[in-house]
Design a protein around this ligand. Structure first.
Ligand SMILES: Nc1ncnc2c1ncn2[C@@H]1O[C@H](COP(=O)(O)OP(=O)(O)OP(=O)(O)O)[C@@H](O)[C@H]1O
Length: 395
């Protein structure tokens, strides 16, 4: 086959599965996603609290990702929802039904784990048919559903292959098809893409999002990959030491992190260090400012009147380099490092030869200044881009 033919064949296939996807989506979307409520959910292992009073209300049809560093309790939360770990306290309801003490097979949830967990001696089609056989569905229905779901996950030509004859990406699609074939109201994903290479992972992120949009199933996804969480989710829930520390849409979490932990975990942040004395001042324009060690920021309502230690945070992409004349804050510095990463150029700028600030610029004509290591530069930012986290109060 010539490459032109190969391309057009690929396009035809993709078109066909899209049509099928829409048809199947129509049928399945009648079974809407289920609401999932976790109330005061805790898990203790011998006195150690792995999950500590987690309360989350997930709307029917929502795509939620639980994100956090290793050991923060994400998987334990998912396992409790799946029924594979018994909670020490709290309750779980799915679609209004209390399932806290129900066995996993009675919860009617689709689950995809990091390792595909396919039966190696069964073909892709038989793996996918398995949940339907467990539910004693008729042969004709099984055949039709397996065919539909294989199209849905864009795998029409591998039905008769064994898992060992499939690539990692194809195996993960089979696992996804097996989790979706019985139209569950809720789909649980535990790092389902982590074994895939970067390109495939990025494609699958968009495909799973599209599937979610078309099916209306509620998705609860667990990951420690912040990009995956931001790309895929309606809402991200950040966990630290067994607790939920912040939850919100990807842009809310990135633009308005409530703590330096969240700011540091999600994206790159500059933390301007030091013991900062919070001193509020009322400016004629009504803005309240903190002035400490020469750094200023606007004090949010929640921090008004506080005194004590605080930390200032600034995202690297909000800092201007050598074109800072219009900026409210300006500092002289010296370029300590430059890293070229293709679309982005990262500069590390030393202020007063001690504080290092990272600045990222888009690699676009007119954006990148003539600066080399050792150059004197001016950097600047607007006060609204400085976040303040009050670490302790003395009052
Ligand atoms: N069966 C167990 N017995 C004892 N401690 C456990 C058990 N399972 C989990 N833990 C502990 O509970 C905490 C939370 O674990 P969990 O696997 O939920 O974290 P996680 O955020 O999913 O981490 P990772 O990203 O590494 O999978 C960890 O400190 C872990 O060591």
């Amino acid at each position: 086959m010539t490459s032109a033919n190969a391309t057009s064949h690929g396009v035809v296939l993709r078109e066909r599965s899209r049509i099928q996807l829409n048809n199947t989506a129509k049928e399945v979307s009648e079974a809407k996603g289920g609401r999932v409520q976790l109330s005061g959910l805790s898990k203790e292992y011998g006195g150690f609290r792995a999950v500590d009073h987690v309360t989350i209300d997930i709307a029917a049809g929502e795509f939620v990702t639980v994100l956090g560093p290793s050991g923060s309790g994400k998987t334990t939360v998912l396992m409790m929802i799946a029924g594979l770990v018994e909670p020490s306290a709290g309750a779980i309801t799915i679609g209004g039904r209390d399932v806290t003490h129900l066995r996993p097979q009675h919860r009617n949830l689709g689950v995809v784990f990091q390792s595909y967990a396919l039966f190696p001696h069964l073909t892709a089609a038989e793996n996918i048919a398995f949940p339907l056989r467990m539910r004693r569905r008729g042969e004709a229905e099984i055949r039709q559903k397996v065919e539909d779901v294989l199209d849905l996950v864009r795998l029409p030509n591998v039905a008769q292959r064994l898992p060992g004859q499939l690539s990692g990406g194809q195996q993960q699609r089979v696992a996804l098809a097996r989790a979706l074939v019985f139209d569950p109201p809720v789909l649980l994903l535990d790092e389902p893409l982590s074994a895939l290479d970067k390109k495939l992972r990025e494609n699958m992120q968009f495909e799973i999002r599209e599937l979610h949009r078309n099916l209306g199933v509620t998705v609860i996804n667990v990951t420690h990959d912040q990009t995956e969480a931001l790309v895929m989710s309606d809402r991200v829930i950040i966990m630290q030491d067994g607790r939920v520390v912040q939850s919100g849409s990807p842009s809310e979490l990135y633009e308005r992190p409530k703590s330096n932990f969240v700011a540091d975990f999600l994206g790159t942040s500059n933390f301007l260090k030091g013991e900062l004395e919070l001193q509020e001042a009322q400016r004629p324009d009504g803005w309240s400012l903190v002035t400490a060690g020469g750094l200023r920021c606007r004090v949010p309502e929640s921090a008004r009147g506080s005194k004590g230690r605080a930390c200032l945070m600034l995202r690297p992409e909000r800092i201007m380099l050598n074109s800072a004349a219009e900026m409210e804050e300006r500092f002289e510095g010296r370029v300590a490092e430059i890293a070229y990463t293709g679309n982005i150029i990262r500069y590390r700028v030393a202020l007063n030869d001690q504080e290092i600030v990272e600045v990222t610029l888009q690699n676009k004509p007119g954006h990148v200044p003539q600066a080399s290591i050792g150059s004197q530069v001016t950097i600047g930012w607007n006060l609204e881009d400085v976040h303040i986290f009050v670490e302790s109060t003395t009052d």
